[in-house]
Design a protein around this ligand. Structure first.
Ligand code: FES
Ligand SMILES: [Fe+2]
Length: 340
C-alpha cells in the first residue's frame, strides 16, 4: 500500500468552541470518526462506524454520557464499549460490541485525538506553544480546506523563500527575495529556524506549523494544525495571536488578512505535483533556503524507514477498516479490522 500519512500521532479534529452536543463527523486519515461532547462536557472521539450494521454514529444523538446509533439505537460509552442494545435489553451485551475510541485532549482551543494504538507513555508530544497561555495576546481562529496532500500543505508553511512570489497581494510585496543563511534547530518531534529578515518558522510532527511574523507594529504568531482528511484533502485549524491592535475591533481585518494569505498559498499548493511528497530527497532539488523543509522530510523518512506505522488510503470496497486504538493492545476480538 502506498504511504499516505503517519499513524500514532496527535491530530487536530475540531475546535473546542465549535463542538456542542451535536455529534460531528470528521474524516481523518481516510477514516470517519465521530467527535462529540457528553452532557458533562467530556469530549470523545470514536470510530464513526457502528459494529452492528455500519450506522454512522455521527447521525445519532447524545444521551447523557453515551451516544446512540441512529439505526437501531445501540448506545456507546466514551470508551467505545456498548452499554445497551435496545432490541434485547435483558441480555448481556456481547464483548465484541465496541468501537475504537481514541485518546483525546484539548489544547490551544483545539481538540486533538491520538490516532493510533501506542500506550500513553510512548506517545509523541503535542506541539509546544507557551505564548498561547500568556497574557497580552489577542487571539482569533479559523478553519480552512485544501485539495492537497497534507505534506505539501505543511511544507508551504515552512517555506522562507515563497513570500515575494506567492504573497504579492499581502505581506509579500515588502518581503526580500534573498534569504540569508539560517540555522535549523531540530529535535526528534519538531524543528525551528529563525531568519533574520522576517521572523521564525517551526514544524511539529506530524503536521503542525508555527509562524512567527515580525511586523512593523508587533508580532503575530500563527499556529496551523493540519488534519489529513484523505490523501488529496487537508483541513486546517489555525489560531493567530497578535500583540498589536489587540482590540476586538481589529479582529475582522486581521482575520481577513490571514485568510487572504491562505488563499494565496492554496492557489499554488493545490497544483504541486506529484501530490504526495517524493520519498527520496533526490527527487526534487533543494537549496539552502529549503533547509527547514529538508529537516521535515528527513525526519519523516527516518521514521518510516525505521518502521513507524503509516496508513494508506482505504479502498472504497471490501470490509471496513478503522484506525487502531490503544484498547486493541489489551482487548481481543474486534468486529472491524484495523487497517494500516
Ligand atoms: S447499525 Fe448501529 S445500531 Fe444497528
Ligand atoms: Fe505562504
Amino acid at each position: 500500500m502506498i504511504e499516505f500519512v503517519l499513524l500514532d500521532f496527535w491530530y487536530p479534529v475540531s475546535f473546542s468552541s465549535g463542538l456542542g452536543r451535536r455529534p460531528r463527523r470528521v474524516t481523518a486519515l481516510g477514516r470517519d470518526l465521530v467527535v462529540w461532547r457528553t452532557r458533562t462536557g467530556r469530549v470523545s472521539v470514536l470510530s464513526d462506524l457502528c459494529v452492528h450494521r455500519g450506522g454512522a454514529l455521527s447521525q445519532g444523538r447524545v444521551d447523557g454520557e453515551r451516544i446512540a446509533c441512529p439505526y437501531h439505537g445501540w448506545q456507546y460509552r466514551t470508551d467505545g464499549t456498548c452499554a445497551l442494545i435496545p432490541a434485547q435489553p435483558q441480555r448481556t451485551v456481547p464483548p465484541k460490541a465496541r468501537v475504537d475510541a481514541y485518546p483525546v485532549t484539548e489544547r490551544f482551543g483545539i481538540v486533538w485525538a491520538f490516532l493510533g494504538d501506542l500506550p500513553e507513555q510512548e506517545r509523541p508530544p503535542l506541539p509546544e506553544w507557551p505564548e498561547h497561555d500568556e497574557p497580552g495576546w489577542r487571539r482569533i481562529q479559523g478553519e480552512f480546506s485544501w485539495a492537497a496532500h497534507v505534506d505539501r500543505v505543511v511544507e508551504g508553511g515552512l517555506d522562507f523563500a515563497h513570500g515575494p512570489f506567492v504573497h504579492r497581494g499581502t505581506f509579500g510585496r515588502f518581503a526580500p527575495a534573498e534569504i540569508p543563511d539560517f540555522a535549523v534547530d531540530a529535535g526528534p518531534w519538531s524543528a525551528r529556524a529563525v531568519d533574520s529578515g522576517s521572523g521564525g518558522l517551526a514544524w511539529f510532527l506530524p503536521s503542525t506549523t508555527l509562524t512567527d511574523l515580525d511586523l512593523p507594529g508587533g508580532r503575530q504568531l500563527i499556529l496551523q494544525a493540519h488534519l489529513p482528511v484523505d490523501h488529496g484533502h487537508t483541513r486546517t485549524f489555525w489560531v493567530a495571536l497578535r500583540n498589536y491592535a489587540t482590540s476586538r475591533l481589529a479582529d475582522g481585518v486581521v482575520g481577513l488578512m490571514d485568510r487572504m494569505v491562505l488563499w494565496e498559498d492554496r492557489r499554488v499548493v493545490e497544483r504541486l505535483r506529484p501530490e504526495l511528497l517524493p520519498f527520496d530527497l533526490s527527487d526534487e532539488l533543494h537549496v539552502r533556503a529549503d533547509a527547514l523543509q529538508v529537516a521535515y522530510r528527513r525526519r519523516r523518512r527516518e521514521l518510516v524507514a525505521g518502521g513507524w506505522p503509516v496508513v494508506g488510503d482505504p479502498a472504497g470496497v471490501g470490509p471496513a477498516r478503522v484506525l487502531p486504538s490503544p484498547a486493541r493492545r489489551a482487548v481481543r476480538g474486534w468486529v472491524h479490522r484495523a487497517g494500516r
